[in-house]
Ligand binder design. Structure first.
Ligand code: DON
Length: 307
């Protein structure tokens, strides 16, 4: 398959749509991002990389980070994690609070904000925030093979000053004893993980283990077992785009995780990891042109997991 030619085709398909959608502005630092940016990177399980557009430019991965913290938390606490967070699609927006009361402070899944805050809390237990963030950063550098990955402190600070909804979610879960550390510390970890800054190339490399039976690209080194990789992919498919997860499965047909920075990581199991970035968001808070580009890629490659 000529992935270079396929990416040229994707670019042609989306060229009239670059800049569509609305850049997230509830985190002030994200409002400054140029809406005309567009990049895409494919990294295959053989280790070959193909890119178009702004694929080498770092952006704020925001909720895409939840895939990586979930991976770390499962490594830390194993199946016990599922006592504190569910694994069902929520059908509600990423920052919704409504289900938490009925469900006694147990978030529906690890990708909505409430679930990711619980995941961050499990990583924090027994550590100081600085140590937990060091662990997250080392993990990202290890799985991407790129020591240059950093956390954008300005983005983290910007969200820390304006993250009232996340503070509400965390305090509410604390009242159900589902947050075990001081709320400000757990939120500090969460805001900083969301402020990880990666390019499409770095993000596709970091996600490659999920396409490669849990192994690092081009090696036999396991990040997680094949079974765990499969399960994380299942969660990405069912919950990775919040109340638009069904629509993403319908249009693209790949496990995917979005972020309000406009990035999406998609996994074609056994084939490749794909990262796309276009800052304009649709009404569900997912990249508008990024989704369109993945839809085009899936059609052109035939990589949909549904055949
Ligand atoms: O907690 C927040 O609101 C952001 N740090 C992350 C949300 C996000 O990326 C939702 N994704 N589409």
């Amino acid at each position: 398959m000529n992935l270079e030619a396929i990416l040229d085709g994707v670019r042609a398909d989306v060229s009239g749509h670059i800049g569509e959608g609305k850049v997230a502005d509830y985190i002030p630092a994200l409002a400054k991002v140029d809406p005309s940016k567009f990049g895409m990177a494919i990294v295959t399980v053989d280790g070959d990389a193909f890119t178009i557009g702004d694929a080498a430019e770092p952006f704020s991965i925001q909720s895409v980070s939840k895939v990586f913290t979930l991976t770390l938390a499962l490594g830390r606490v194993g199946e016990g994690l599922w006592k504190r967070v569910g694994r069902e699609p929520s059908g509600t927006p990423f920052n919704s609070i409504v289900q938490l009361e009925q469900e006694h402070g147990i978030p529906r899944n690890p990708f909505i904000n409430a679930g990711a805050i619980v995941v961050a809390d499990t990583l924090l237990s027994g550590h100081e925030p600085r140590e937990t963030l060091g662990e997250v950063l080392s993990f990202m550098r290890h799985i991407s093979g790129d020591e240059g990955i950093v956390i954008d402190r300005e983005v983290a600070r910007s969200e820390q000053q304006t993250g009232f909804r996340n503070a509400a979610l965390a305090n509410y879960m604390f009242s159900f004893s589902n947050i075990h550390n001081p709320v400000e510390k757990t939120l500090g970890v969460y805001f900083h993980q969301c402020a990880l800054s990666l390019s499409c190339i770095q993000l596709a490399k970091a996600g490659l283990f999920l396409a490669n039976n849990g192994k690092l690209g081009g090696s036999n080194h396991s990040v997680v077992s094949a079974e765990r990789a499969r399960r994380i992919n299942a969660l990405m498919l069912t919950c990775g785009h919040y109340d638009a997860s069904g629509d993403f499965a319908f249009r693209v047909g790949l496990p995917g995780k979005s972020g309000v920075g406009g990035g999406i990581l998609a996994i074609a199991p056994g084939r490749a990891a794909i990262a796309v970035w276009s800052p304009g968001l649709n009404a569900n808070g997912n990249s508008a042109t990024g989704t369109r580009a993945l839809e085009s890629l899936a059609r052109r490659t035939g990589w949909s997991i549904f055949g």
